[in-house]
Design a protein around this ligand. Structure first.
Ligand SMILES: Nc1ncnc2c1ncn2[C@@H]1O[C@H](COP(=O)(O)OP(=O)(O)O)[C@@H](O)[C@H]1O
Ligand SMILES: [Mg+2]
Length: 216
C-alpha cells in the first residue's frame, strides 16, 4: 500500500530525516512514536504528499507519487489520501455533513451521491443526530469524528493522522481509537498514525520509533 524509501529532508542546515524507510500493508495500523521534534510530523506530511522530500521515493498503491506534478498530486491526494489532524480543522461556517462532503465535491462527485455517502459515514460514526450541527455546536470528540468521516468520504487508500487524540480527554480518545480499529477490521482501512498516546500505540498492529532522523 505504502512504500517509502530513503526519505531525506532538511530545513536549512538542519537534517530532519536522514534516510527513512517505511512500508505499510493494506489494512495495517502503523503508529509512529518518538520524542517531540524527532521529525514525525515532517515524515507524515511527506508520506501524505503534503510536503516533498529532498531525496527518496514514495509509492502509494503502486504509483510513484514523487513523480507527479502539482496538479496530479492534489488530484491524487484528494482521491487516495485522508488526513486527520490534532485539531479537527473543520470549516466553522459549514455543518457537519457539508464539511464531510467537501472532499467529495472537490473530486467532482454529484451533490446527491456525496450527501448520501456522508450521511452513511456520519451514521457509522454515531453522529446521525448531529449532521446539521456546525463545528462549534459539537463536542471535541464529535468534531474529531466528523473529521474522520471527512477523511473517509473518498474511500482513501490510506489515512494519515497526526496526534488525532492529542486534544481529547481519555474517554473520547478511547472512543476514537476504537473507531480506528473498527474501520480497520470492517473495511480494511489502512492507517499511519503519529501519536503520543500509549493506548493507541499499543493497539496498533505495528509501532515504529523515530529517533535522530531515522526509524529505529
Ligand atoms: N517548516 C519548517 N521549517 C523549519 N524547521 C522545521 C519546519 N517544520 C519542522 N521543523 C523542524 O523540524 C524538526 C522536526 O519537527 P516535526 O516533524 O514537527 O517533529 P515532531 O512531529 O516529531 O514533533 C523540529 O526541530 C522542527 O522545529
Ligand atoms: Mg508533530
Amino acid at each position: 500500500m505504502l512504500k517509502a524509501h530513503a526519505i531525506h529532508k532538511k530545513y536549512g542546515q538542519l537534517e530532519i530525516l536522514k534516510g527513512v524507510d517505511l512500508e505499510v500493508n493494506k489494512g495495517e495500523i502503523v503508529s509512529i512514536v518518538g520524542a517531540s521534534g524527532a521529525g514525525k510530523s515532517t515524515l507524515l506530511n511527506i508520506l501524505g504528499t503534503l510536503d516533498t522530500p529532498d531525496a527518496g521515493s514514495i509509492h502509494i498503491n503502486n504509483i510513484e507519487v514523487s513523480r507527479l506534478n502539482n496538479k496530479q498530486l492534489s488530484n491524487f491526494r484528494n482521491k487516495h489520501i485522508g488526513f486527520i489532524f490534532q485539531f479537527h480543522h473543520l470549516l466553522a461556517e459549514f455543518s457537519a455533513i457539508e464539511n464531510v462532503c467537501m472532499p467529495a465535491f472537490i473530486a467532482g462527485k454529484a451533490k446527491h451521491a456525496a450527501e448520501k455517502r456522508a450521511g452513511e459515514l456520519l451514521e457509522l460514526l454515531g453522529l446521525e443526530h448531529r449532521v446539521h450541527h456546525k463545528p462549534a455546536q459539537l463536542s471535541g470528540g464529535e468534531q474529531q469524528r466528523v473529521a474522520v468521516a471527512r477523511a473517509l468520504i473518498n474511500d482513501p487508500a490510506l489515512v494519515f493522522a497526526d496526534e488525532p487524540s492529542g486534544n481529547l480527554d481519555s474517554a473520547n480518545a478511547r472512543e476514537l481509537h476504537e473507531l480506528f480499529l473498527k474501520l480497520r477490521n470492517d473495511f480494511h482501512q489502512t492507517f499511519v498514525i503519529v501519536t503520543h498516546n500509549e493506548e493507541l500505540a499499543e493497539l496498533s498492529d505495528r509501532r515504529v520509533f523515530m529517533k535522530d532522523g531515522l526509524i529505529q
